[in-house]
Design a protein around this ligand. Structure first.
Ligand code: GLU
Length: 473
């Protein structure tokens, strides 16, 4: 995916970082330390495939920063994985966690395979072997480095990881906290699956609720009625589309690697998903028009464009043709620095990946806390809150002589379930982060774009943390 004429992904991250340093007060050496990847584990291991062939698997785990422990970041399965990409993604994790006040350093892992080319059994063997390599080198553990899902991985892979880890660390009472994004039955938390997509929605909704920002873009406030295009129908893209649609936006186009579809009246992501499952493609969806190339969706007119797949999809060669007013980076690194420059000139608002897609790691943090505390969210307070709300309601009813309907009673009395607390913690996190970054941007007119403001925010937080730790002589 990388564009030969432009920077490598890691260089792009470095470039964006450097653009922001002049708006911070940290000395050069400390900035160098913040930017550098601390530990890089590049591995090769053999796996016997179903047909008896031995394949050498190329894989990585990069820990960008240990200014806070553990390190945190997903593991991707893709045949485009390489060390530079994993380094870039690990760096983004550090900045992302800092912005949303999740007390982790950044890390990322990658296995260079196309999961479509492997049987489930082969994938399990690869994942388990990768995990045991991480254990051998002390690159995984609830207090060391905690992986999670990313492109090409999900709950199933996380279940294999926790099982492998636990079997190699008998008696480790906190073993479940060695990885997040697990199935609920294996120590996962409710709300993790939709977290990144929901976080993207909360972040963009907050931006759309800022009257001055919307006025500058020539848009009305609120997400209702906005025309949204989503590129990528994986876990993140699917949930982005779902939450925008449920809140009154119109998802007018959806792109996948086999092509794109368009319907000015709006598409239903679940129906598109089922159609793809049944036919193997999103194309020829009833009522929609096929777009000739998948990338055409990126260049179709809309209010909000959500790239939710891989990096570098909008670059110097196509940025000029993008007609969106707001670009919400649900993927990691979908825009190159060249694209940033084009959009800054045109006044298109780019809401940057490094905080916008932080919903995943935020809820991962909640999952990790749940694992360490060994208790489900809501277990202690749900019943208490319901009883208390019931008593308050009774008093109000007797004082006013009015009775609420059964449906209203249910809503008012409801005590928090795990998923309610997780969603509410995520909403609070995304709203605060959006406001914090916007404030940094608005208080310094020299800062060219929201990404640079986000980097300033991240660098200041990581810098403060290093300063508090003290640097060894
Ligand atoms: N892979 C996700 C990301 O890029 C989630 C990471 C995590 O939960 O640790 O942010």
């Amino acid at each position: 995916m990388s564009n030969q004429h432009e920077y490598s992904f890691f260089q792009s991250v470095e470039k964006s970082f450097e653009k922001a340093t002049k708006f911070t007060k940290w000395e050069k050496g400390l900035l160098e330390q913040i930017k550098a990847c601390n530990s890089i584990y590049s591995m090769r291991f053999p796996v016997k495939m179903d047909d008896g062939r031995i394949e050498v698997i190329e894989a990585y785990r990069v820990q960008h920063s240990q200014h806070k422990s553990p390190c945190k970041g997903g593991i991707r399965f893709s045949d485009a994985v390489n060390q530079d990409e994993v380094m870039a993604l690990a760096s983004l994790m550090t900045y992302k966690c800092a912005i949303v006040n999740v007390p982790f350093g950044g890390a990322k892992g990658g296995i260079k395979i196309n999961p479509r080319n492997h049987s489930v059994y082969e994938l399990e063997k690869i994942t388990r072997r990768y995990t045991s390599e991480l254990v051998k080198k002390n690159f995984i553990g609830p207090g060391i480095d905690v992986p999670a899902p990313d492109y090409g991985t999900g709950e199933r892979e996380m279940a294999w990881i926790v099982d492998t880890y636990a079997s190699l660390k008998p008696g480790d009472i906190d073993a479940a906290g060695c990885v997040t994004g697990k199935p609920i039955t294996q120590g996962g938390v409710r709300g993790r699956k939709e977290a990144t997509g929901l976080g993207v929605f909360f972040g963009i909704r907050e931006v759309c609720n800022m009257p001055d920002v919307m006025k500058r873009l020539g848009l009305t406030t609120g997400v209702e009625g906005k025309r949204v295009i989503v590129q990528g129908m994986g876990n993140v893209g699917y949930h982005c589309a779902k939450f925008f649609r449920e809140h009154g936006s119109k998802v007018i186009a959806i792109a996948e690697y086999e092509g794109a579809i368009y319907n000015a009246d709006g598409l239903n992501e679940e129906e598109v998903f089922q159609h793809r499952k049944a036919t193997g493609s999103i194309l020829n969806f009833p009522g929609a028009t096929n777009l000739a190339k998948s990338s055409d969706a990126l260049e179709t007119e809309c209010d909000i464009l959500i790239p939710a797949a891989l990096e570098n999809v909008i670059n110097g060669s196509n940025a000029d043709r993008v007609k969106a007013k707001i670009i919400g980076e649900a993927a990691n690194g979908p825009l190159t620095p060249e694209a940033d420059e084009v959009f800054a000139k045109k006044g298109i608002l780019v809401v940057p990946d490094m905080y916008l897609n932080a919903g995943g790691v935020t809820v991962s943090y909640f999952e990790w806390l749940k694992n360490l505390s060994h208790v489900r969210y809501g277990r202690m307070e749900k019943r208490f809150t319901e009883n208390m709300n019931g008593k308050i309601l009774e008093q109000i009813e007797s004082l006013t002589g009015n009775k609420v309907s059964d449906a209203e009673r249910k809503v008012i009395q409801h005590g928090p379930e795990e998923v309610d607390l997780v969603h509410s913690g995520l909403e609070e996190t995304m709203i605060s982060a959006t406001r914090e970054i916007m404030d940094i941007w608005h208080n310094n007119p020299e800062i060219p774009d929201m990404r640079t403001a986000a980097y300033v925010c991240a660098i200041n937080k990581v810098g403060t943390s290093y300063a508090e730790l003290g640097i060894f002589p």
